[in-house]
Design a protein around this ligand. Structure first.
Ligand SMILES: C[S@@+](CC[C@H](N)C(=O)[O-])C[C@H]1O[C@@H](n2cnc3c(N)ncnc32)[C@H](O)[C@@H]1O
Length: 272
């Protein structure tokens, strides 16, 4: 099969919404359709009729579909200059608060929030910071909370860490075990992992910094606007918002509520 009509696509979205409560209506259609088609290829589902039938009757298939269509690619110290800016410009400002709350929305398997924990430890802020890390996908959260990462990735992550201005021995932050590493306990205990869907869930706390990187690119303009308003309402006055390097705040109704702190690294600040 090479194509999904808009009507079939809508049927699939509606089944998922009614049956499981996940709303993918506001995701960029072209890329979502491509992923659904690839998923059908991988799972040997030959017709859309069969896909719809199985989605209604087989929750395991739905779990596999979510795992496939939510893009889970991540890495530690991804886009190292972004972390350098956090280290040099943003965290020193947050240091003025007696207690700091940071939310990583769309944290995938945890690499981003563990990078933040390392930065906070190196800047002396970790013990007065609470980190909240959320994702739509429970399988990602389970892996993230375990703090176990493939040993093979550590070479690239060490390089990223050094590029981001890190001066310590990166291997101090994990213990190697066979083919994996486990992130040190003192970094893990400050992080609260939990499920939160940016489409349907609401404000749950007030933060000095929200990171939502490489999630927006999958959302259409209306959904981006909805989520930016959710972040505005979740930030303390003058709180920071970081988006991914390929993302930006072009949405008219929220643009005026934020000022740009660092354009290339997509760091913004709530105005009041
Ligand atoms: C490409 S990963 C980005 C991970 C990390 N922020 C980074 O930049 O490395 C995108 C993540 O967004 C999550 N996601 C997608 N839609 C979401 C939603 N509606 N609410 C919360 N998380 C969502 C996916 O499950 C996935 O883990």
């Amino acid at each position: 099969m090479e194509h999904i009509s808009d009507a079939d696509f809508l049927d699939i979205i509606n089944i998922v919404k009614l049956q499981y409560g996940y709303d993918f209506t506001g995701y960029v259609q072209a890329s979502l359709k491509r992923r659904v088609l690839r998923f059908m290829g991988r799972t040997n589902i030959l017709t859309l009729f069969d896909l719809k039938h199985q989605l209604v009757n087989n929750s395991d298939l739905f779990t596999q579909l979510v795992q496939y269509i939510t893009v889970n690619v991540t890495e530690m110290f991804r886009d190292p200059p972004f972390y350098r800016t956090l280290r040099e410009d943003v965290l020193p400002k947050l240091a003025a608060y007696p207690n700091i709350k940071i939310w990583h929305a769309g944290c995938a398997t945890g690499e981003e929030v563990y990078s933040m924990a390392i930065l906070l430890q190196e800047t002396g802020l970790l013990n007065r910071t609470k980190l909240y890390a959320s994702d739509l996908n429970p399988m990602n959260l389970e892996r993230a909370a375990a703090g176990i990462l493939p040993l093979d990735n550590m070479k690239d992550y060490t390089y990223n860490y050094i590029q981001s201005g890190g001066l310590a021995d990166f291997s101090n932050y994990y213990t190697a075990r066979y083919d994996n590493v486990i992130i040190k306990k003192e970094l893990r205990t400050q992080i609260n992992f939990f499920q939160h869907n940016l489409v349907t869930d609401t404000v749950f706390n007030e933060f000095q910094l929200i990171c939502c990187r490489n999630v927006f690119i999958y959302f259409n303009r209306d959904l981006q606007s909805h989520v930016l308003n959710l972040f505005y309402d979740s930030l303390s006055p003058r709180g920071y918002l970081a988006l991914g390097i390929k993302e930006s705040m072009r949405i008219a109704d929220v643009h005026g509520k934020f000022e740009t702190v660092n354009g290339p690294h997509k760091i913004y600040r709530r105005k009041v």
